[in-house]
Design a protein around this ligand. Sequence first.
Ligand code: FER
Length: 311
Amino acid sequence: MVMTRSNRWTLVVLSGLLAVTVAVPETFAQRPRGLGRQVTLGPDDVQVLPDPPAGFNVPREGIPRGRVEMISYDSKSVGTTRRMQVYTPPGYSKDTKYPVLYLLHGIGGDETEWQRFAAPNVLLDNLLADGKAVPMIVVMPNGRAQKNDRAEGDVFRSAPAFAAFEQDLLKDVIPTIESRYSVEADREHRALAGLSMGGGQSLNFGLAHLDTFAWIGGFSSAPNTRPPAQLVPDPAAAKQQLRLLYLSCGNKDGLIHVSQGVQAYLKEHDVPHVWNVDPYGHDATHWRNNLYHFVQRIFTERRYRRSLEAN
Ligand code: FER
C-alpha cells in the first residue's frame, strides 16, 4: 500500500488516540454512568461544616503516631483469604478497649484506597493530638466480596459483590477484628462509613443493622444506595437508635441526587442527620474533608453531638 500524505496523518492521529485510550485507567474510562449528570441544588443543599484547616492531613512532627498494618483473614462467606488495613491509635494497649470505625472504599478501589485518598492515620493522629477525636481503631476492608477482589477490568461488573459484602462484614470482618484487637464489641462502639459505593454499602448495611452500628456515614453515596423508604422503613426506630447519621456530597457530583433523596426522606420523617454539601466533585478532597468531620463526631457523648447537629 502506498502511503499518501493524508493517510499517513490518519495513522498518526489514530495511534495517538490509541495511546491516550490505553493510558486512561479502565476505572476512569468507565466512570461516566451518572457521574456527569446535571446537578440541581435545593435550599437544604449547603455546606454546613467548613473545610478542614490547612495541614489537617499532613504528618505533624513531634506528636504520637498510630500504626497501620495489613492483615489477612479467612472469609467463610467468600471462601478465600482476604486482606484489610487496620489503624490502631497512638499508645494502643490491650488494657484499653477501643471503638471501631469500619471504612469502605469506592467501586474502583480496594483495601488500600482510603489510605491513598485520605491517609486516615495522619488525619486521626493530628485530631487526637488536638484532643478533637476519641482514640479509635479504623478498619479498611475490601468491599468487593468475590474470589477475585482486585479492581480489574470493568469495575462496574463487580457491583453485586459490593452487595454480597454485607455477609463478609458481619460474619467475617467484624468477628476477626473483635477476636484479634482489644475492642468494645457493641453497637455504640461500632461506626460504619464509606465513599461512593462504600457510602451506599454503609447506608444499606448500617441502617439494616442498627443493632450492630450506631454511627453511620455516607460520603457521595452511589446508586447502589437502597431507595429511602427501604433504607429507613421505620423512621421512629432509626431516630431512637442512631447516634449519628452523616450524609455528604459535593455540589459538583452527578450522583448527588442519591443523597438528596435520602436527605429529603430523613427530613420528612424527622430522623436527625447531618447533611453537608461542599463545593467539590466525586473526588478525594470531598472524601478526606468529610472523613475529617465524621471521625470527630463518632463515639462522643450524646449531649456533645446535639450541639453539633446541623440539620
Ligand atoms: C453508578 C455510578 C457510580 C454506580 C456506581 C458508581 C452502581 C460508583 C462510583 C464509585 O464508587 O466511585 O451508576 O452504579
